[in-house]
Design a protein around this ligand. Structure first.
Ligand code: KG4
Ligand code: ZN
Length: 337
């Protein structure tokens, strides 16, 4: 067929470009932004400036690594939202400019839908197995925590979501309390490996049905640390690995319990994970154990497709291209969807 899609992702603090041809990945380039590390979170103004600096070199590299010319790109897909407006504007403006220059269609992509569709990215020479429709996807990222029934590439139904913080936010905010740098999820993952997950007990906030809540856990963690620091000023350093492991276990238990409930209620055993938090090694291991126990067909993305990337935007663009779902040049990004 030769449908070449250039994907652009710029919703938060990663500037990314990728090329997918006929569903096969040809290149996947990401420039992250170290500038935010010292602020303990993403600074929107700095993020949009960094996107502006990175976008052209990143796209050039993506095309070069793909080994194809601009004339082989059939359409350009970009993240429409949700995300930081200043960051999204850089990607969408670039995409529109590229589309006008090359006289090709532009495709707007929902970032969350894209996280889920990573399960359909194929790689030349590698066996590939995708989930069958309908499947249940647990989407866990820095900004979102959702349970989604995926009926088709472009037909998804959110059956549960967080009513306050996202799972990634719980990792990041608690990491900050312990003085770990942003994003805290990967550090907690690493430190947990030498900790005792049963050392401390934290609150598991309740939420109805398939919804999630993490804000009470974050507050509980903060107060617990503050109280203990009153008795022992080295409490964090002396207990860091145990604190990380216990917090991580609590977050994972919340996620797994809801996923089991949703799977039983929907009668779906085809289960997929997606989003940055699905890079967590203990989450992956726990879900693998549950899958064995419950006879789930479990799909866990490769690590490089868990956190923000443009391959996910390109694959979504590919399916929207096949469905002839194009955007007009008057399309504008949206911070919330
Ligand atoms: O999907 P993503 O890259 O961006 C959003 O769309 O939000 O997710 C980023 C989130 C951050 O909260 C980060 O701490 C978390 O994913 N994360 C992890 C791990 N790697 C990334 N959380 C726990 N363990 C990890 N290994
Ligand atoms: Zn994301």
């Amino acid at each position: 067929m030769n449908i070449g899609i250039l994907g652009i992702e710029s919703s938060c603090d990663d500037t990314a470009a990728a090329v997918i041809r006929d569903g096969y990945i040809l290149s996947n380039v990401i420039a992250d932004q170290d500038v935010h590390k010292r602020y303990g979170g993403v600074v929107p103004e700095l993020a949009s400036r960094a996107h502006q600096q990175n976008i052209i070199p990143v796209v050039d590299q993506a095309l070069e690594r793909a080994g194809i010319g601009q004339d082989e790109i059939s359409a350009i897909a970009f993240t429409k939202g949700p995300g930081l407006m200043g960051s999204l504007l850089v990607g969408s403006s670039f995409a529109k400019g590229f589309a006008i220059a090359r006289e090709i269609p532009v495709i707007d992509v929902n970032h969350l839908q894209a996280h889920i569709l990573v399960h359909f990215i194929k790689e030349e020479g590698k066996p590939h197995k995708s989930p069958e429709f309908p499947f249940l996807c647990l989407l866990v990222s820095g900004g979102h925590t959702q349970l989604v029934i995926v009926r088709d590439y472009l037909n998804m139904q959110i059956i549960g979501k967080t009513i306050d913080d996202a799972a990634g936010e719980a990792f990041d905010k608690c990491a900050k309390v312990m003085g770990l740098s942003y994003p805290g999820g990967p550090s907690i993952d690493k430190l947990s490996k030498s900790g005792n997950p049963e050392a401390f007990q934290f609150t598991k906030p309740r939420a109805a049905e398939f919804d999630f809540s993490f804000s009470g856990l974050k507050t509980n963690f903060l107060y617990f640390i503050r109280d203990n620091l009153n008795h022992d000023k080295n409490f964090i350093t002396n207990n860091q690995a145990d604190l990380c492991a216990s917090l991580q276990r609590t977050i994972i238990e919340i996620l797994v319990e809801k996923c089991i409930k949703a799977s039983e209620s929907a009668g779906i055993n085809e289960i997929a994970l997606a989003g940055g938090v699905s890079a967590n090694s203990e989450l992956r291991a726990t879900f693998s154990r549950e899958a064995e126990k419950r006879k789930w067909n479990l799909f866990i993305p490769e690590i490089r497709y868990t956190t923000d990337n443009a391959a996910m935007i390109a694959i979504t663009g590919y399916y929207k291209y096949l469905a002839a779902e194009f955007a007009g040049l008057d399309i504008t990004p949206v911070a919330r969807i």
